[in-house]
Design a protein around this ligand. Structure first.
Ligand SMILES: [Zn+2]
Length: 317
């Protein structure tokens, strides 16, 4: 393997943004595999689902929202705690920031370390990082499920199980059968599993599939606009998560060290998934967490900027 630049530090090319209307109430802000933002326009207010990484970057989302509605942006919902999705929240000046209790707990426990780690990993995605005022703190914390009415529009905010993180939250519009999945589902983009519960993730995908979504906005990648596309997104995510974890478990059972397991897993996955965005970025972190889960760590260990670099050097150096 030739030497690779750490994480996404070599990724400097801006992506093209799409702002898709999925229904009377739902929009998707996507950018060729960069983190997505969902938008729900209710009768009286707007909800944003995941914020972009900085308040300055949020301004482009707001500009698109203002092309379709003048209603106030009153709610921000966090699909999970990762900095690249939540640190733009202040840019919307929302009345409320909604998160699961598990997400809140992760922000308390590891939000600071995660912020520093992610800023180093994705410099392009933290445009105007100096505009971030600090961690994003929820103002409404729910357990398992809450229902919010934006006027007559019913919005279900749910934890369907652990997967990408323990706090994963989806937003569901039951009347229109539209789902905002966060990073539980990716499309043409590599699932990041550094903070994942790989044993649980497939069952959570089953719970998502059981909703019967007509359209789905994944965490990364284009919005999925037909049931067939939704199915493809769920199946692709499931294939990556299970094949990666199985490869690592086989290596761990054989007593191989992490570097050997990384190399064999990389070789096994590259032909099928190597064209997905951030494949090379994710795989060292993904394999490391999978190895932890397969061996001795039920819960993901905290990533710090220093641990990131040490892992990268040990696998890619
Ligand atoms: Zn994430």
């Amino acid at each position: 393997m030739s030497e690779k630049k750490f994480a996404s530090q070599a990724d400097l090319v801006e992506k093209k943004v799409s702002f898709d209307r999925l229904s009377e109430h739902a929009y998707a802000y996507t950018a060729e595999g960069d983190p997505n933002t969902g938008v729900v326009v209710g009768d009286d207010a707007v909800m944003v689902i995941d914020t972009q990484a900085t308040p300055v970057m949020a301004q482009d989302v707001i500009r698109r929202i203002r092309e379709v509605t003048a209603k106030p942006i009153r709610y921000v919902t966090l699909s999970h705690y990762h900095a690249v999705r939540v640190l733009g929240a202040s840019g919307y000046s929302p009345e409320h920031i909604i998160a699961s209790r598990d997400t809140y707990d992760l922000i308390v426990e590891r939000g600071e370390q995660d912020m520093k780690s992610e800023i180093e990993r994705f410099p392009r995605l933290f445009q105007a990082v100096e505009s971030v005022p600090g961690l994003t703190w929820p103002t409404i914390v729910f357990e398992k499920r809450m229902t919010l009415w934006l006027g007559k529009l019913r919005v279900e905010i749910m934890q369907l199980g652990r997967g990408h993180t323990k706090g994963d939250t989806v937003v569901w519009l039951p009347e229109e059968k539209i789902l905002f999945s966060g990073d539980l589902v990716e499309y043409d983009a590599t699932p990041y599993t550094g903070d994942a519960y790989l044993t649980d993730w497939p069952a959570t995908l089953d719970a998502i599939a059981a909703l019967g979504a007509a359209k789905l906005v994944p965490g990364r990648g284009a919005s999925l606009k037909t049931p067939a596309e939704v199915k493809a997104g769920l199946e692709g995510t499931r294939a990556f998560v299970t094949e990666m974890f199985e490869s690592v478990m086989r290596g761990a059972e054989a007593g191989l060290d992490l570097r050997s397991i990384y190399r064999s897993t990389y070789a096994a996955l590259k032909p099928k998934f190597g064209h997905w965005v951030i494949f090379d970025h994710c795989l060292p972190f993904d394999v490391s967490r999978a190895y932890d889960e397969a061996t001795q760590y039920r819960d993901p260990r905290i990533w710090t900027a220093q641990r990131d670099k040490e892992l990268w050097d040990s696998l890619e150096g």
